[in-house]
Ligand binder design. Sequence first.
Ligand SMILES: Cc1cc2nc3c(=O)[nH]c(=O)nc-3n(C[C@H](O)[C@H](O)[C@H](O)COP(=O)(O)OP(=O)(O)OC[C@H]3O[C@@H](n4cnc5c(N)ncnc54)[C@H](O)[C@@H]3O)c2cc1C
Length: 334
Amino acid sequence: MIAVLVETDADGVLVVSQEALTFGRGLAERAGGVPLHAVAVGRPGEEPPAVVLAQLGEQGVASVHHVVDDRLTAYSAAAWAAALVDVAHSAGAAVVLAAGTPRGNEVLAHTATRLDVAMAANVVGIDAVGADPGDPLIVTRQVVGGAVLEQMQLGDTVAVLSVAGHAVEPAAAATATTPEVVEFSPTMTDADLVARVVRTGEKVPDASGALTSARVVVGAGRGAGSADGFKDVVRLSELLGGAVGVSRVVTSLGWRPHHEQVGQTGSRISPDLYIACGISGAIQHWAGCSSAKTILAVNTDPDAPMVTRAHYAVIGDLHEIVPAINDELDARRT
Ligand SMILES: Cc1cc2nc3c(=O)[nH]c(=O)nc-3n(C[C@H](O)[C@H](O)[C@H](O)COP(=O)(O)OP(=O)(O)OC[C@H]3O[C@@H](n4cnc5c(N)ncnc54)[C@H](O)[C@@H]3O)c2cc1C
């Protein structure tokens, strides 16, 4: 069985968790059609919401392990891990996985420690699934903030891994299921609840969420020239329905807000298209954008690292090229 920890909000299963379910289903199929289970933390006395069950059914989930316990109304990584370990033992999971969110990675790190196994974080692909139970699982994962891909062998009884955002598209199973719901309260100690969320507050508006989930990001760096030099870049991102991303120089100079920064000390992005305008492509910036599926660099310097690493490049002044792209997009819309 393959167990996937799913995160939910008021709208149902988070998209990244749907991606993790699709990834898990692919793995389950390659392992010979083993069942796909979900683990969801719920509220005591409440059934899993219908929308969540429907989304899990679309993903082909056979069983939902619904964790309900008065002590789990607040998030606690160790307590959630205790629940995953219980599921792994009671239902015999060969693989436990989750989306590579901060919460997913934190819970899985606790889970792997409790199971005394290795954990592969931010996996983007499966290279080999053994023919027999106990054969090693070989995965590719992102390391150094996505700047490097590493192959990792998971040879333990239970393989623990998180799935990098956008590594797969969420896709419905060929046949939808009606998942069976198994309610349970995990075996926990007081120590599991020491580090937990004790207070939550109104989220300060921050567009970085839009940046990390955007399918198109239009980036700009020092080449923009000044705080006023971003008008065309912003317009291009609007025309493409995307988000604006910038280099650290730009945020350090106060030209754009920090939540737009891409890189090692900013957001890690994995859009379908990253258009990097006037950005040199320093390693710290590359660490945040290297998982973009397609990169188009716009730069005056043909030898800039961003240009040499990009899939496509336009050599020239961004203040001429970006408005020309915008005009062309505008013309095609009318
Ligand atoms: C610990 C640490 C963490 C860091 N974290 C980050 C991070 O998270 N994100 C990040 O981005 N950086 C980070 N940096 C900074 C990083 O090293 C670079 O300094 C920074 O990314 C450079 O920004 P830039 O590409 O905008 O500027 P530059 O390196 O100055 O490059 C400007 C580019 O614009 C081109 N250009 C100039 N004019 C034009 C024009 N008119 N049209 C087109 N192209 C033009 C130039 O050819 C050049 O390639 C970090 C550094 C350190 C030490």
